[in-house]
Design a protein around this ligand. Sequence first.
Ligand SMILES: Nc1ncnc2c1ncn2[C@@H]1O[C@H](COP(=O)(O)OP(=O)(O)O)[C@@H](O)[C@H]1O
Ligand SMILES: [Mg+2]
Length: 353
Amino acid sequence: MSVAADSIHLDAVTKSFGDTPVIDAITATLGGGEFTVILGPSGCGKSTLLNLIAGLEGLSDGRIRIGTREVQDLPPKDRGCAMVFQNYALYPHMTVADNIGYALKVAGVAKLERARRVAEAARVVELEGLLDRRPSELSGGQRQRVAIARAIVREPRVLLFDEPLSNLDAKLRHGMRMELSQLHRTIGATTVFVTHDQVEAMTLADKVLILNKGRIEQFDTPDAIYHRPATTFVAGFIGAPPMNLLAVTGRGGKLRLDDGTEMALHPHDGPALLGIRPEKITIGGEGFAAQVVYREDLGSHTAIVARLPGGQEVQVATPIGMHLAPADTITLDLPQDHLHLFDPATGLRLETP
Ligand SMILES: Nc1ncnc2c1ncn2[C@@H]1O[C@H](COP(=O)(O)OP(=O)(O)O)[C@@H](O)[C@H]1O
Ligand SMILES: [Mg+2]
């Protein structure tokens, strides 16, 4: 199966329900042949944005181009998109083969050609042996594969996924992530995948578009999203547990906590939020005193919460075997090259110290 890889150009794409903009003038290019993940909390507009691309919702304003074609006025069937949903809703009375081939039948594709394409799609998602079964005779993962086969059998230019793995258990989700990644490499279609799960986003994406209240917080590679979050929202959304954000004040080349404890050298003047990931904080070196208030053993590491001078708390991921208990006093150090600085008024990233 080979597919032309069209880019998707969103130009000031806006959607309001009533007076409230749900998608607020989004401009972005989703790369041809790339795997783009739209990530954000529930209700931020992910499904709406996907539905606008597919044509299941109409735009309030703006334009969408797929390849060189403006599509915002085209009906869904003329956009070259195929969609896979969380609730895959297969026809229960039809076999797997008939479910996969149904759209081709409706489109009037001849029987032989239909059988060839169904067999090819089934091969790609590894359902060959199951074509005569009915959906009730399949596992959850197999049903999801039928839903994916039903989408790719149409040889779409663009594959759209709306939280397709959310109904599966954790182990199956991991397996399906690997399969989707391989599928993408096999068919090469431009893919847009909506999820609220940061692990899915970070593992599957060429680029992640982080959406918050209908606006783009950051649109970048997983690596950049993790290592250079553009906003406090991204910093607090990515990572488990997420980045610590400490209120500090810059004066005389130094960033200090409220009580005057020095955190870092930096020319910033005035209030700021200092970001540091739990796994980057080191224990036991030079640095400043903190008090353990809570600990959790997580097998691979120990998570602690520590109270800093002045009362703010940080999460720290420590190696196993460090026997810390509540009320212990420890020394923490924030390595200079792992610090992030944000403007507390706008939430935007400032230059890294
Ligand atoms: N058809 C609709 N009518 C009115 N409001 C809607 C409609 N569809 C979605 N919304 C609202 O738009 C916002 C975004 O919804 P949605 O795109 O489904 O978010 P997500 O997929 O990120 O969870 C939500 O506040 C939701 O209630
Ligand atoms: Mg949704």
